[in-house]
Ligand binder design. Structure first.
Ligand code: NAD
Length: 454
């Protein structure tokens, strides 16, 4: 495929200024929602074909999020795109200052496979709202959803405005040779570095939505049952293949037994197993084998069952885990939950801080001093107090990482901002011009300037 051609077409279309019209953007967003709504059965079917994701989870973790993003953008784009007047300093009076949100231009969105629809379409929605054109490259690993998005978008949108291209590392490398105005990437830290380097060649700005090991910290004095219920849901949703899933738990040693009993109770209640159609498969054999090899049989507290043919690994809880264990050396990205203990919170914080900045952190505590200490001392993308994963659904919160877990953020207005350049303008009139800044300089001019500028 000639990627340069696609980008040239999109750039040409962008320069017609059509996408700068707010009604045009809103029309495209409504059109996208309409297409998705009309094809919901196909969307459910293709993601089921990829990794047997249930209709329930597809709706709650993919489609509802996309619809919400579209609806929000439809109602707010006009407001978001307005120029914003700001104050003007004395030296520039008479004059006014304002900021104009300007679309970056032609955007490349590269998606990941684990939530293939929303991780591809939500950035695209934000880019359209901001007035950009979009080339979307979904993950080839979730091949059915990638093909479905390509068919739906390419049959229903002008390619000079919104185009899906399919392919893996080789195709993406070729696309990256072309200059875009912004690249939005979701995926692993390793590939994030490749994208960043490729973007640097063209000085293209990037948003990198990456991963990492997100801890859950469980302290004494909490409702252990409720904490376990929320954690089990957050961890085993999508069979643990969630970038913000609690990767590992650090629990106060005094309550470990109670906590483990509660975790076991909620795993059993969820009834995740091979014949439960609400339990998602591992995406492919490569990941199944990687996860299988992370399980130390001597450390299994619960679970550990698997079915390679079905690519299912039952929820598995490991105990007596140390930071030096193999499972603590990489992001797990699957249904394995290592439990580590701590004697005091300072020690726990110290150990967590030795790992790269996580995408999320979950703090289960009723102790305000501990909560504040963790929030102050550990740097992470975002998170929740006494819950896990649900901060993702809070549209007033920006979503993104820090350090190794990413650069930039999106969702709602933050997505609009991600694809906008904020153009700063000072506007003067012709009817007055103080002479202070002009030569010949003098000590009295300097005195007045110092008074004015401060
Ligand atoms: P990945 O990095 O393997 O792939 C992501 C995308 O990059 C895919 O579209 C793929 O085709 C492309 N790609 C792969 N190799 C490439 C290469 N050499 N050159 C150019 N492009 C290449 O990630 P994945 O396996 O799809 O997703 C899992 C990772 O993504 C996990 O680390 C997870 O934490 C992270 N993730 C982060 C978020 C987030 O919002 N922060 C969301 C989901 C997943």
């Amino acid at each position: 495929m000639n990627y340069q051609n696609i980008i040239d077409q999109q750039r040409h279309f962008f320069y017609t200024n059509t996408t700068k019209d707010i009604p045009f953007r809103i029309k495209q967003l409504k059109h996208l929602k309409d297409i998705l709504k009309k094809n919901e059965t196909l969307l459910y079917q293709s993601i089921y074909n990829d990794f047997k994701k249930s209709e329930f989870e597809t709706y709650t973790t993919e489609l509802s999020i996309i619809y919400h993003e579209i609806d929000l953008a439809i109602t707010k784009t006009k407001k978001w795109a307005k120029k914003k007047k700001v104050s003007t300093g004395l030296v520039n009076l008479p004059g006014i200052s304002y900021i104009i949100p300007e679309p970056y231009g032609t955007i490349l969105v590269i998606g990941a496979w684990n939530y293939p629809y929303q991780l591809s379409l939500c950035p695209a929605i934000a880019a359209i709202a901001a007035g950009c054109t979009v080339v979307l490259k979904p993950s080839e690993i979730s091949s059915h959803t990638s093909a479905t998005m390509a068919a739906l978008i390419n049959q229903n949108f002008d390619p000079s405005f919104f185009k899906v291209i399919e392919g893996g590392a080789k195709e993406t490398a070729n696309v990256l040779d072309v200059k875009f105005d912004k690249i939005f990437f979701t995926g692993s830290v390793a590939v994030g570095k490749i994208i960043y380097q490729a973007a640097a060649k063209h000085l293209t700005p990037v948003t990198l939505e990456l991963g990492g090991k997100s801890p859950a910290i469980i302290t004494e004095g909490i409702d252990i049952d409720m904490a376990a219920k929320r954690l089990v849901w957050a961890k085993f949703l999508n069979a643990g293949q969630t970038c913000i899933a609690p990767d590992y738990v650090m629990v106060a040693s005094t309550i470990q037994d109670q906590f483990l009993t509660a975790i076991e109770k909620y795993i059993k209640k969820a009834n995740y197993n091979v014949s439960n159609h609400n339990y998602t498969q591992i995406i492919n054999d490569k990941n199944f084998n990687r996860l299988y090899n992370l399980i130390d049989p001597d450390k299994i507290y619960f679970g550990g069952d698997n079915n390679p043919k079905e690519r299912i690994i039952s929820p598995t809880v490991l105990i007596n885990v140390a930071f030096s264990d193999k499972i603590m050396q990489e992001e797990i990205f699957g249904p394995i939950l290592p439990i580590l203990t701590f004697e005091n919170i300072e020690d726990a914080i110290k150990k967590i801080k030795k790992l790269p900045n996580p995408l999320s952190c979950y703090i289960f505590t009723k102790n305000r001093a501990i909560k504040n200490k963790i929030l102050k001392e550990i740097s992470f993308g975002g998170g929740a107090i006494n819950d896990a994963v649900m901060h993702f659904a809070e549209k007033s919160l920006p979503f993104g990482g820090v350090g190794d877990s990413g650069i930039g953020n999106y969702h709602g207005k933050y997505g609009f901002d991600t694809f906008s350049h904020y153009k700063s303008i000072l506007q003067k009139t012709f009817w007055a011009e103080p002479n202070l800044k002009y030569p010949p300089y003098s000590s009295s001019k300097l005195k007045w300037l110092k008074r004015l500028i401060g």
